[in-house]
Design a protein. Structure first.
Lengths: 113, 886
């Protein structure tokens, strides 16, 4: 069976993945931390249903781009911390490069118009 | 992305046994997130209650996300399949009757068709172990005037063909014989074959041990080599590899064992066999000078066609040879021809009609089983319309529902198939025991293709009819289907389809029952045919004297006279005699004769008679009635005196309106033939089979043409087999090296002679019984389903004053309509099909009205009996309950 498509208006799956990878580039973080980072850095431009983060995190973990470990949070609670694996780092670099070129191309097109 | 796929699978497998932990972790992760958000919301000044709701809102549908994560970590499709399987198993358990009937039906259909197809495959379709067997052909002589198309061939003709033929790569001749083996155990008469030395190289078979015959073996002085069959090698020589190169005693002579052949390669053609038994050892036939003279036909010939030559071309060449040979030997060859038959067709021709009949019967059973399964699934589907509507209302996709139904069918198929395959195994071993010996079917292997095919076919038909209403239910008006008591369009359509199935089942069963009835009647008729002698309490066995010790005809006569004298002295023995071949146990020699004082007939149209060499007590022992004149005296038995007793049909055919007694006939049997005087006329004996018209027969006393191998017939007071050991002792005392063979009672031989007909009749009857049972279930299913659909109507009718009898007649009218149409169609189809049985019937017309009427009436009765329970249930409907139900 195909995986269900995200609802329209939600982030493109690839974008969300990129954001998660980017968020974790700075170090291990739990899901809530990732959500907070996305809120802050994108200045709430990208509206995410926070729950949608978790299937995405799990999918990336399953694909071996992230590794996860249970640890203790700042407020002394058990939390699952995600961090980038080598493959995840490579993917992030790859995706970043892709987006850079893509946005450059889009910008050029918009300028010529 | 192989490594990624690997990684995923590994991750999933790791969690396979930690399901509850996986769910706990997911739960905890989400809870942590919600708590953190709630706390932050509170920090931002939102009040406690609102902060929690806001956190939930921001998070979205937590259950959905958890489920999606859960699915990710597991083998979703597979787990759904397991879920479906559990669900199906539960459903099947809750409906034990449905389940049992469906599985049993499947098992019967799959089991019987697999068993029969396996047998047919082994007996008819499997390739023979010969190199390019499609090019190997049997060469028979024919005599169209007497309807003989599989006659043994003359050595002289064979030599001529072999010399002149360009169509054949090779030709070989062989003939069945017996050899007495005194090595490695009690003396035993072993079926053997004398063969041309190129016989095995023609077939393309090499020995597994030792070597084949060389081309000069078989020449005078070089024909004392022998090849052993695999079975004989194991049985008598303990599979000893060093037997090759050893000398063994056969018929009192020394033979060198040159090799052992692989198992299952014997070329045995019952039509050409003088022994009726497949050979277990082979020796090279030493061709003699006089084999080139046109005299007598007794060999079997086989040839290998050249690759470029077609059967028709080879036949044309042989027809040319027949023309030349007829010119060369007009006396011998006129009226004869040649018939080439591919070896595969030749060997399976005896069993083919019976097996095709069974295949047809079992095909019907499979069809009926399919109809039954469809019927069952259809009725389930319409009963489950509401369940399916509920499931699709709750969001189940159509594919998801179809998958559930598929899983159910798969489960049924697996259970039914497993049971069916067990049943097939059992059936095959049972049928193997039933297969008449004269059909020579040896090993039968289970055919797995057929098992799978039958399973798939029966389930697919069930599914095809079961899925449609299910899909309709999922698609059509949910509110309608959900409404309590709503009866949808599809339910009615399904019901109509089910009636069609029931009718088809009745028709098919009728055809099978009619076939079975005809075969049974034919078998009964055949069994009650008077064979011309009394078979009860007669023991027969064969004693063969080796030519090394007994070389003179007088020695044969003396030996058998002494033997008879001693046997007659045994207690419980009423009479004993000898004969060179007994009725129903083998080929009887036949030849031309001419009548003294009558003009010689045209060539190829000479009078014909079978010839028997008998003792003087033969007619008394066998209880064959003497119609005229007298039988042989003791003196005539032992001294050649040129007298003959003829059968009624010979007298009638060749001496119409004359007194045959005192007439003289000259039977062309020996090198020099004298006229024999007819001294008596006896009743005809059905020698060649109870269904055959007796051929004219001449009985000579033993002294006229003494044989070294004779049958002994002993009439006893009680169980004839109880005398065997006493007779064995007598023979042993006379000569310890002599084996007794072919020990049987006349009743056994008689039974075996009709075993093929019995086999067909019994099996078809079993299949017809199964079909009838399945059809009864089908009818019961349809009628009881209708009753349950109409229970409200019955309730209202009864509330309005209808009596139980009225309801009974309503239900029966339905059953009667189904049965009537089914029987009518069945009778029409039967009349169209039974002519195919004609070749298998004896004394019964293929349209035998009695059989068809009885079968039709029987089927009507069974159908109506199947309506009894539903009808009873209909009368028990409580009007109040029926009305309140909605």
């Amino acid at each position: 069976m195909k995986e269900k498509r995200e609802n329209p208006g939600e982030l493109l799956q690839g974008t969300l993945d990129l954001l998660i990878l980017k968020a974790l580039a700075r170090g291990a973080m739990h899901g809530y931390g990732v959500a907070e980072w996305i809120h802050q850095t994108s200045e709430d431009v990208l509206k995410v249903e926070e729950g949608a983060l978790y299937p995405a995190l799990h999918r990336l973990e399953l694909r071996g781009l992230l590794s996860a470990e249970w640890g203790i949070s700042d407020n002394n609670r058990r939390a699952k911390f995600y961090s980038l694996t080598a493959a995840g780092r490579k993917r992030l670099a790859h995706e970043t490069e892709f987006w850079r070129r893509m946005s450059g191309a889009v910008a050029r097109i918009l300028q010529t118009a | 992305m192989f490594s990624e796929w690997q990684n995923k699978t590994w991750q999933r497998v790791k969690r396979l046994w930690k399901r509850s932990q996986l769910d706990r972790d997911l739960e905890e992760e989400v809870a942590f997130h919600l708590d953190m958000r709630e706390e932050k919301n509170r920090h931002m000044g939102i009040d406690v209650e609102e902060a929690r709701y806001a956190a939930r809102r921001q998070f979205g549908n937590a259950t959905n996300f958890k489920e999606r994560s859960h699915d990710m970590w597991t083998f979703k499709t597979f787990e759904e399949f397991l879920q479906d399987l559990r669900h199906s198993a539960r459903l099947l358990r809750y409906k034990p009757t449905f389940t049992a009937v469906a599985i049993l039906t499947l098992a019967v259909g799959i089991g019987s068709s697999t068993a029969v197809f396996s047998i047919v495959n082994s007996a008819l379709l499997r390739a023979l172990p010969y190199r390019q067997e499609q090019r190997v052909v049997m060469i028979w002589e024919t005599k169209p005037r007497e309807g003989r198309d599989h006659n043994v061939v003359s050595p002289a003709n064979f030599i001529y063909w072999k010399e002149h033929s360009t169509a054949f790569e090779q030709m070989a001749a062989f003939f069945d014989d017996t050899s007495t083996l005194t090595e490695g155990g009690d003396p035993e008469e072993i079926p053997s074959q004398g063969i041309s030395t190129n016989f095995f190289s023609l077939l393309g078979i090499s020995p597994i041990l030792g070597r084949d015959f060389s081309s000069d073996e078989g020449k005078p002085g070089h024909n004392h080599e022998v090849l052993l069959s695999y079975g004989l090698w194991k049985r008598r020589f303990g599979a000893d590899r060093s037997v090759v190169g050893k000398v063994i005693r056969l018929d009192g002579e020394s033979f060198l064992v040159v090799g052992v052949m692989p198992p299952g390669i014997t070329l045995f053609s019952p039509q050409g066999s003088l022994t009726g038994k497949a050979a277990q050892l082979w020796w090279p036939y030493g061709w003699k000078e006089q084999d080139g003279n046109p005299r007598g036909r007794w060999m079997t010939a086989v040839g290998r066609l050249k690759p470029s030559v077609s059967l028709a071309e080879a036949q044309a060449e042989m027809d040319g040879f027949v023309a030349s040979l007829t010119k060369m030997y007009p006396d011998f060859e006129t009226g004869w021809g040649v018939n080439l038959v591919p070896v595969h067709q030749d060997l399976s021709s005896a069993i083919r009609p019976t097996l095709l009949l069974l295949l047809g019967a079992v095909g019907f059973v499979l069809l009926i089983a399919c109809a039954n399964v469809s019927n069952l699934i259809l009725s389930r589907a319409s009963a489950r319309e509401r369940e399916i509507a509920v499931r699709s209302a709750l969001g189940a996709g159509r594919w998801r529902i179809a998958r559930q139904l598929l899983t159910e069918s798969l489960l049924l198929a697996l259970l039914g198939g497993a049971l069916g395959i067990l049943g097939a195994r059992w059936t095959i071993s049972a049928v193997v025991l039933l297969i008449p010996k004269d059909l020579h079917v040896s090993s039968i292997q289970m055919d797995w293709h057929m098992a799978v095919f039958a399973t798939v076919v029966s389930v697919m038909t069930g599914l095809a009819f079961g899925l449609t209403p299910a899909f309709d239910a999922a698609r059509t008006n949910l509110t309608e289907a959900l409404r309590e008591g709503g009866r949808s369009e599809t339910g009615i359509r399904g019901q109509r389809l089910r009636s069609v199935f029931a009718i088809a089942q009745i028709s098919l069963s009728l055809m099978l029952l009619a076939g079975a009835g005809l075969l049974q009647r034919s078998f009964v008729k055949l069994s009650s045919v008077d064979p011309g002698f009394t078979s009860k309490n007669v023991l027969t066995l064969r004693v063969s004297l080796p030519s090394t010790k007994y070389s003179k005809p007088n020695q044969y006569i003396d030996f058998f006279q002494q033997l008879l004298e001693q046997v007659r002295g045994l207690p419980g023995v009423r009479a004993a005699t000898i004969d060179n071949s007994f009725p129903l146990t083998g080929m009887t020699p036949g030849t031309d004769f001419d009548i003294a004082g009558k003009p010689s007939p045209a060539r190829g149209a000479e009078p014909l008679t079978q010839v028997q060499l008998v003792g003087s007590d033969f007619f008394r022992t066998m209880q064959i009635s003497l119609l005229k004149g007298r039988t042989f005296s003791d003196q005539e038995e032992t001294a050649e005196s040129h007298v003959v007793v003829v059968s009624e049909s010979l007298a009638r055919q060749y001496f119409p309106g004359e007194d045959p007694l005192g007439q003289k006939i000259r039977i062309d049997m020996k090198d020099h033939n004298d006229f024999s005087q007819i001294i008596g006329v006896v009743a005809d004996v059905k020698r060649d089979g109870l269904d055959k018209i007796p051929v004219p027969m001449s009985y000579w006393p033993q002294a006229e043409l003494p044989f070294s191998s004779m049958m002994l017939a002993v009439r006893t007071d009680s169980d004839p087999l109880a005398r065997v050991s006493a007779i064995r002792d007598i023979v042993h005392r006379m000569d310890p090296d002599l084996p007794l063979s072919d020990i049987a009672t006349m009743d056994q031989s008689l039974g075996e002679s009709v075993a093929r007909q019995q086999f067909g009749a019994v099996l078809v009857t079993i299949f017809a019984g199964i079909a009838l049972f399945l059809a009864a279930i089908g009818i019961y299913g349809v009628v009881s389903h209708t009753v349950s659909l109409r229970s409200r109507e019955f309730g209202i009718r009864m509330a309005l004053g209808a009596k139980g009898g009225d309801v009974w007649s309503l239900v029966f009218r339905h059953g009667f309509a189904l049965a009537g149409i089914g029987v009518l169609l069945g009778v029409v189809a039967t009349l169209a099909l039974t002519p195919l049985l004609r070749g298998l019937l004896f004394g019964v017309s293929s349209h035998d009205p009695e059989t068809i009427v009885i079968v039709a009436a029987f089927l009507m009765a069974v159908t109506l009996a199947a309506c009894l329970i539903p009808a009873y249930r209909a009368t028990r409907v409580d009007p109040i309950v029926a009305l309140r139900y909605d």
